[in-house]
Design a protein around this ligand. Structure first.
Ligand code: ADP
Length: 265
């Protein structure tokens, strides 16, 4: 190998390095832009309820002699906006923790008892719906999970299913076993999600259709995606407008509980 070849190789390596550097710079720039947009969107979303609360309080102060019904109405508005604000702050805090690289506390977790607990609470949330759970296949499954965040993940999907589905209709949680994975399916008979919105619903602040004016924060599914990734889980969604949606999360099974040391099989 002559000095010319060596020089040529060095130039190639150098060029490759430059290319990588440019790519890294581009990615960094992109993530910086994403962060900037997030902060801008967040402050906009925070300002909206605050402005409304401020306006209503000013209105109330001028109202002293008016009918108590009107006062109550304004107070109810204030209360709803305050709740929305507090949900927003809680969700923003979760995402800020995610962005700062918080890792979850993953421990061995038996799936069935956790599902039973979540279902008990969900029955209350879904008291106006026909809520069913099929979890026979959860049997002896043990996952590596952070129990609190795992429950939060489940509640995000259940909450949405109840929120977007008319009272009296079906909401079903189905547990399905595969070889080395377990799937949780959240099926509802809600309005469904238009195909063109599907790729975006996991983005921060994205709200499809009528949900735009609703009381949600648009952050639930973004949080769900982060929690799922941290658990090595995959999320997918199928939806038909006018029929309903099925959100599917697939978790890797860590082990079967009856193979535990010292436990009866
Ligand atoms: P939001 O607080 O608006 O519910 P999410 O991040 O949880 O925010 O959901 C994002 C958007 O996805 C919602 O605004 C809604 O348009 C749509 N969506 C989520 N779940 C459902 C569902 N089960 N049925 C219909 N639309 C849904």
């Amino acid at each position: 190998v002559g000095p010319r070849d060596e020089l040529g190789e060095l130039a190639l390596t150098f060029n490759k390095m430059l290319e990588n550097l440019e790519e890294a710079y581009r990615l960094l720039e992109e993530s910086l832009q994403t962060q900037k947009r997030f902060v801008a969107d967040a402050s906009h979303e925070l300002r909206t309820p605050l402005t409304s609360i401020q306006g209503n309080v000013d209105f109330l102060l001028q109202l002293s002699h008016e009918s108590p019904e009107l006062q109550k109405e304004v107070l109810l508005d204030i209360s709803a906006e305050t709740k929305r604000l507090s949900r927003l702050v809680k969700d923003l805090l979760t995402l800020a923790r995610a962005d700062s690289g918080l890792s979850l506390n993953l421990q061995e977790m038996e799936l069935k008892p956790v599902l039973e607990e979540v279902t008990r609470q969900a029955r209350f949330l879904g008291k106006n719906h026909h809520f069913r759970i099929e979890m026979e296949e959860a049997g002896d499954v043990v996952l590596k999970a952070d129990v609190d965040y795992f429950k939060q993940l489940l509640f995000i999907f259940l909450d949405n299913a109840f929120k977007y589905t008319q009272p009296g209709k079906n909401v079903t949680l189905i547990v399905k076993r595969q070889e080395d994975r377990v799937e949780l399916l959240f099926a509802d008979e809600g309005p469904g999600i238009p195909q063109e919105d599907l790729p975006h619903i996991f983005d921060r602040f994205y709200r499809a259709g009528k949900a735009r004016s609703g009381g949600g924060t648009g952050l639930g599914l973004a949080i769900a995606r982060w929690i799922a990734v941290e658990h090595g889980a995959e999320i997918s969604v199928e939806s038909t407008v006018g029929q309903g949606s099925i959100f599917r999360i697939s978790f890797p099974i860590f082990r079967k509980s009856n193979t535990a040391v010292g436990r009866k099989v």
